[in-house]
Design a binder for this molecule. Structure first.
Ligand code: PEP
Ligand code: MG
Length: 885
């Protein structure tokens, strides 16, 4: 005998005790539990085939395990005894539903077959027994239709066509208007359709029907829809689905019957009033298919007041039992209410927050439990406008949802055009193949950013998130021609000035005038966040470069700035030319001259930042990107030189020199080139100017306000401890020259963003007052994945092949990059037990990564201001879980 057959009991009766959702699936487990709470009379009887059977089926090349058939026979016999009816009986047939049920609900993704057990023979028995032939034929035609499409793969549209032509022939509008003869006729047409498509008559043996239906549910686990859903929701393939076979109850027995779905609280707002939909004289699929207009629960209360009262009672009973908002499927058969399913309700962010806060006020949950019901990754929606969910639009293209929120405006192709549009009071969307540092003014002026290249970690994405601008990246269907100022999508040519709308949450792009739904952080949301602050251990800071960002970050609850990227202080109409002069300078004195003009501007920026953050830590990173990012591109410079030569202009030598320097700065791999602390070592005068500006700003603010932030100066891209030692000396010397004392007035630390730095973290720690893990670059360098390229190139294919479940730029690659961070933390704390450890890469705002940082004992995370509330909730959840371990 087969080992699995001996070992596994694949089939469990619904009333026979709970085994947990891993084996029974969410639906099976909840049915077992509901039977216990509500009593067998409320929940139709049946049995559940475990996920183990599905896994065995997949493992053995889509073959059911040997023991399954026998165990199903046994369970079916028991069900027949309980029901007092037999499957397929010619007099009084038992009908069953066959439903899928994964560990986590996957609404609409897996298959269901209803009314199973009907045949040419048993339909007559059902008609006679119920004295309702119309009902019996309605069930049979539904069964043939569902079995034909779900189990045998006949296109659903063929059945719908038959229904439409039948209705047209009889001159009726609704399915419910078809009489018995017409339904019998329709069933016959369906069976003929089956014969044509499958080349076999519709199966009449109910046991064979059941076997095929069970197999179809197993198969649906591997179907395209389900696979795509799992990928989006990070559900492992290896879970499998359970199958629940349950006695049918009928909502289509006439006007005292019906089917519906109900939520224990308002499904959109979370207000403590049940909501839902109901259809009289209908089966469940009529409600969800959207083909018939449903009524709300108020209509049920009018039609069937007693049932409505019972339903409300059951909803609160189930909610109190599961201690979470419930989503229930119910059927009323001739005035009697049955509950077919309950599950924790999937709900939009505002409903989730409202439920959590109300549940505490009602005494149902304590604060920690309430916080744990929130999915932090959905909270984004509470801070950004979105496309009006009720509006149906034509999708022009789809890219990566890179910065949440929605925006619409006229297409502009340059930062200048965005600025001009903003000055004229017009909303714009900046559309580019990709963006560069010099586009920053466009980011500020435009309502949203759309690129045809790049992904979640590209420049455009980071900047957009930091500035709270909606952004869609990598919409590769767009061919952006900056010269012609057009976008081509297929054979459609779209020009500048055309209105376009983007949804940075979903990645959707449309030319339709989509209405926007505005976001307002509610009082409840603030309340929930304050509870999170009481429970979390991890600090939460923000990545912010300007006063506005800093103030926004504070208003979202940031406890400091974990990363101020100073490169943004070198761009803009006034500064960039000075920066260019500095880079093009022939020697260090000339460079110093240009830098001295930049210094007061930087000082001013720092003063504004410090005033916005008094009393809180502010980590300022010295210049990081390669210098060529601040220069015009080489082709443009070449063109300018050619023009100058043609006109015999006196500018020629200067332009020649410029081109020479440009050429000398070009690197094949600039991200691995002359950037980070390498700049400070090659051109110390740049860092000296920055430190002077920081120190002068700190002194000025201290004099003005008698308060300063806790200053932390950070050196980027350190590999060798000697690099940090050198740069530390520079910082201490220059800050000292302006009256700041090491450690008392400022700390010096480093980014840890290269694998080598992780491996020698103990040595680097000797020279550092703090570490901040730059997980963007660490991911890029540890995996050898270019952060600006891979998301639009091979990550989608990697996801498809299941090489990875999620982009490592979105959630930390724990086995690889995570291991490096763990090593570095251990090494560093071995040298300096009290060394402060932070994370300032994008992962600092991502809930699963935050959970990992909590486990490592990292001190704080720092993320884009708009992600601060998410990080506060995720940090609290991680702390709650850590305490529970
Ligand atoms: C990082 O590399 O994680 C980081 C925060 O720095 P940047 O994204 O500016 O390179
Ligand atoms: Mg970096």
């Amino acid at each position: 005998m087969n080992r699995t057959a001996v070992a596994a009991n694949f089939v469990h009766d619904i009333g026979a005790g709970a085994l947990g959702r891993e084996l029974l699936g969410g639906k099976g487990a909840n049915l077992a539990e509901m039977t216990r709470i509500l009593g067998a009379g409320r929940v139709p009887a049946g049995f559940t085939i475990t996920t183990e059977a599905c896994l065995a089926f997949m493992r053995d090349g889509r073959r059911e395990p040997d023991a399954l058939a026998e165990q199903v026979d046994g369970a079916l016999e028991r069900l027949e005894r309980t029901a007092g009816k037999r499957l397929g009986d010619a007099d009084d047939p038992l009908l069953v539903s066959v439903r899928s049920g994964a560990r986590e609900s996957m609404p609409g993704m897996l298959d269901t077959i209803l009314n199973l057990g009907l045949s040419d023979l048993s339909v007559e028995g059902l008609a006679a027994r119920t004295a309702n032939p119309r009902f019996a034929w309605d069930c049979y035609r539904r069964f043939v239709q569902m079995f034909g499409s779900v189990v045998s793969g006949i296109p659903g549209a063929s059945f719908e066509q038959e229904i439409a032509s039948c209705k047209a022939e009889r001159g009726v509008a609704l399915d419910t208007e078809l009489d018995t003869d017409e339904l019998r006729e329709l069933t016959n047409r369906f069976k003929a359709l089956y014969l044509t498509h499958i080349d076999a008559p519709f199966p009449q043996d109910p046991r064979a029907q059941l076997e095929r239906a069970i197999r179809a549910v197993f198969d649906s686990w591997l179907g395209e829809r389900a696979v795509a859903y799992r990928r989006l929701n990070h559900i492992p393939d290896g879970w499998g689905t359970a199958v629940t076979v349950q006695q049918m109850v009928f909502g289509n027995k006439g006007e005292t019957s019906g089917s519906g779905v109900a939520f224990s609280r308002d499904e959109l707002s979370g207000a403590p009033v049940p909501s839902g939909e109901f259809l009289a004289n209908a089966q469940g699929e009529d409600v969800v298919s959207g083909l018939r207009n449903t009524s709300d629960l108020a209509a049920l209360a009018e039609l069937m007041p007693q049932v409505s009262g019972e339903l409300h009672e059951i909803l609160s009973e189930l909610e109190a039992h599961y201690r979470d908002m419930q989503d229930v499927e119910f059927t009323v058969e001739e005035g009697r209410l049955y509950i077919l399913q309950t599950r924790n309700a999937k709900r939009p962010a505002q409903a989730a927050v409202r439920f959590a806060v109300d549940a505490v006020a009602e005494g149902m949950l304590d604060r920690a439990e309430a916080i744990s019901t929130i999915d932090p990754s959905r909270l984004d929606a509470l801070m950004h406008p979105t496309f009006d969910p009720a509006f149906v639009f034509d999708e022009l293209a789809r890219g990566v949802g890179a910065s949440p929120g929605a925006a619409k405006g006229e297409i502009v192709f340059s930062a200048d055009a965005a600025v001009r549009a903003a000055r004229a009071g017009r909303a714009s969307i900046l559309v580019r193949p990709f963006t560069e540092a010099e586009d920053i003014t466009g980011f500020a002026a435009a309502r949203g950013i759309l690129t045809s290249e790049g992904g979640k970690a590209s420049h455009a994405a980071l900047l957009a998130r930091g500035m709270g601008r909606p952004c869609v990246c990598g919409a590769s269907a767009l061919e952006v021609d900056l010269e012609a100022q057009t976008v081509r999508v297929g054979d459609r040519l779209i020009s500048a000035g055309t209105m376009i709308a983007i949804d940075g949450t979903t990645g959707a792009v449309t030319l339709d005038d989509v209405p926007m739904a505005e976001a307002q952080p509610s009082e409840q949301f603030r309340q929930l966040l304050s509870w999170c602050d009481e429970l979390r251990r991890l600090g939460v800071r923000a990545n912010a470069d300007t006063r506005e960002d800093a103030l926004r970050a504070r208003s979202f609850g940031a406890e400091g700035i974990g990363l101020c990227r100073t490169e943004h202080m070198f761009i803009g109409a006034e500064r960039q030319p000075k920066m260019r002069t500095m880079i093009l300078a022939a020697d260090a004195p000339a460079r110093r001259g240009a830098l001295s003009e930049l210094q007061p501007m930087q000082q001013q920026d720092f003063e504004e930042l410090f005033e916005a953050m008094t009393g809180l830590p502010v980590t300022i990173r010295l210049l990081d990107p390669p210098l060529h990012e601040f220069l015009p591109n080489q082709a443009e410079a070449q063109l300018a030189l050619e023009h100058a030569r043609a006109e015999d202009s006196p500018e020629v030598p200067l332009l020649e020199r410029k081109l020479e320097v440009l050429a000398s700065l070009i690197e094949v791999n600039p991200m691995l080139g002359t950037r980070g602390c390498r700049l400070g070592i090659l051109y110390p005068e740049i860092y000296e100017m920055q430190v002077a500006a920081i120190a002068l700003a700190a002194v000025a603010v201290r004099e003005r306000t008698h308060a300063v932030p806790q200053l932390e100066i950070m050196i980027p891209l350190v590999d060798y401890e000697q690099e940090l030692a050198l740069m530390r000396d520079l910082v201490v010397r220059v800050a000292g020259e302006h009256g700041l004392r090491e450690r008392e007035d400022f700390a010096v630390g480093t980014m840890i963003e290269l694998p080598r730095a992780c491996l020698v973290a103990d040595r680097i720690a000797e020279h550092a007052d703090f570490f901040s893990f730059g997980t963007n670059d660490l991911t890029q360098t540890a995996l050898g994945f270019s952060r600006d390229d891979v998301e639009s190139k091979f990550i989608p294919v990697y996801l498809e092949h299941r090489i990875i479940d999620r982009s490592p730029f979105e959630t930390l690659d724990i086995p690889g990059v995570g291991r490096l961070i763990e090593l570095a933390a251990e090494h560093a704390r071995g040298t300096k037990p009290a060394l402060k450890l932070g994370v300032c890469g994008e992962h600092g705002g991502e809930p699963d990564s935050i959970e990992f940082f909590e486990r490592l004992g990292i001190d704080y995370v720092s993320c884009s201001p708009f992600r601060v509330p998410i990080a506060r909730v995720a940090a609290a959840q991680s702390a709650i879980r850590a305490r529970g371990r």
